[in-house]
Structure formats: structure tokens, C-alpha cells
Design a protein around this ligand. Structure first.
Ligand SMILES: Nc1nc2c(ncn2[C@@H]2O[C@H](COP(=O)(O)OP(=O)(O)OP(=O)(O)O)[C@@H](O)[C@H]2O)c(=O)[nH]1
Length: 235
């Protein structure tokens, strides 16, 4: 369990905003999926607290709820951590509920990379008609000597899933993790506010360019990155 005497470990559970405190009609729901031990919980905690938690209680499938500011808009973000990936057990986890998915593998574990494709197929089955926003995260990028999955394989896989690939280290830094989650949130907002039909929700009116193009997306992404020091989270 928790090693004693280390100031680097988060010893208290992360408090959640009560769901009632959510920003009305502006909720982004994200599920984090991947094989066991790839760092799903560590990534979520790093994103929400900027801290790395080492060893801690087993992942029980916590739901984290936070307010974040995206492009000047306050949004309630709900992130579901999932304890395992056995496809049959996914049915019992509320992944149907999600607006977007973070698919995580560890760059040091080829088998975790191979779980991504079947996981994605499962997501497609439950969202057959929609372009459901997905990102692929290769975690543990600090363990370069133990790398089993080359960067280009991550990129190729992400492209085939229709998403973007991020390498990150929940252990070493906040930036890559932050960039990945913020990118997904923006994709979700675009999908919810746009007209893909399946996921449009009544009452959700988020500012978005009428015809988003790559230049505009890059500009907004740079904006988020340059303000990262000010923290996009409200915790
Ligand atoms: N070196 C390194 N270790 C990491 C990183 N992220 C997580 N870990 C370690 O990997 C182990 C697994 O991390 P978790 O966050 O529990 O992984 P998980 O995917 O939530 O695991 P499950 O609860 O089994 O689903 C822990 O010992 C973490 O300290 C990372 O970026 N680099």
C-alpha cells in the first residue's frame, strides 16, 4: 500500500464536486479504458491534481467530477476510471454513458497495446452511428529503456481509430497528460455542439466556430497549452 514517509504520495481521496453542482447542460463525460496496470488512475489523478500518486488503493472504478474552463467556458467534467478491461465485464461498467473515451496502454507493455483494438471495437458496437471522440494515450513514456511499442505504432493505431495519439508520463509530468485530456474535452464539446445527430443534447450551447478548420483548431490548442500554467482545472 502507501509507502510511509514519502511526501510525493497523495494520501487523501480526491474530493468530488457533488453532481448537483454541475454546470447545467454543459457536462463532458469521459471514460478511461485500458489494460490493468497501464496507469489509468495515475493519469486521471495527474490531470486533476497535477500530482503523481504512486501506489494506492486498488482501482474500484471511481467517478471524478470537476469543473474546468475550456476556451473561456465553464464545463463540468466527469471522468470514469475503470478497473479492468475484460470485455465481458465492460457491460457492467457505465461506458455507454460516455461522450468520449481515453484509451490507454503502456509503451512498456505490448499486450496492453493489443487490447486497444478490441476495446475500440466494443465502443463502436455501442455507438454504431456516431463519430465518438477517442484519444489514444501511450503512458509511461519515462520508461524509455523498457519501451516495447514504438511511437509510430501508436500513431498508426490512433489514426486507424480516428483519434490522436499522445505519449505521456503520469509519473514525470503534467503537460502531456493535460494536453491529452483537454484535446479530448474539446473534441467532445465539438461533437456535442455539432450536428452528428447521435449525441446532440437539447440545451447544450457551447461556442464553437461555424466551420472549424485545422488552423483554428491549432490556434485554440496552442491557447490551451500556453495557459496550462494557470491550470484548466478549478481544484
Ligand atoms: N514509470 C511510470 N509508472 C507509472 C506511470 N503511471 C503509472 N505508473 C505506475 O504503474 C502502476 C499502475 O498504475 P495505475 O494508475 O494503478 O494503473 P491502472 O491502469 O489504473 O491499473 P488498474 O487499477 O489495474 O486498472 C502503479 O504502480 C503506478 O505507480 C508512469 O507514467 N510511469
Amino acid at each position: 500500500r502507501l509507502p510511509s514517509g514519502s511526501g510525493n504520495f497523495l494520501l487523501v481521496p480526491i474530493p468530488e464536486y457533488p453532481l448537483l453542482d454541475c454546470v447545467p447542460n454543459k457536462t463532458v463525460k469521459i471514460v478511461v479504458l485500458g489494460a490493468s496496470n497501464v496507469g489509468k488512475t495515475a493519469l486521471i489523478v495527474r490531470f486533476l491534481t497535477k500530482r503523481f500518486i504512486g501506489d494506492y488503493e486498488a482501482n474500484t472504478g471511481a467517478l471524478y467530477s470537476r469543473k474546468v474552463t475550456l476556451d473561456g467556458e465553464e464545463v463540468s467534467l466527469q471522468i470514469q476510471d475503470t478497473p479492468c478491461v475484460a470485455l465481458q465485464s465492460l457491460k457492467s461498467i457505465s461506458i455507454y454513458w460516455a461522450d468520449g473515451y481515453v484509451l490507454v496502454f503502456s509503451i512498456t507493455d505490448n499486450s496492453s497495446y493489443r487490447t486497444i483494438q478490441p476495446l475500440y471495437q466494443h465502443i463502436r458496437r455501442i455507438h454504431p452511428s456516431g463519430n465518438i471522440p477517442v484519444i489514444l494515450v501511450g503512458n509511461k513514456s519515462d520508461l524509455l529503456r523498457a519501451r516495447q511499442v514504438p511511437v509510430d505504432e501508436g500513431e498508426t493505431l490512433a489514426t486507424s481509430l480516428g483519434g490522436v495519439y499522445f505519449e505521456a508520463s503520469a509519473r514525470e509530468n503534467h503537460e502531456g497528460v493535460h494536453a491529452a485530456f483537454i484535446h479530448l474535452c474539446q473534441e467532445v464539446i465539438r461533437a456535442l455542439g455539432g450536428g452528428n445527430g447521435e449525441k446532440r443534447r437539447g440545451g447544450l450551447h457551447l461556442a464553437r466556430p461555424k466551420s472549424p478548420n485545422m488552423q483554428e483548431l491549432k490556434r485554440r490548442f496552442r491557447q490551451v497549452l500556453s495557459s496550462k500554467g494557470k491550470s484548466a482545472t478549478t481544484i
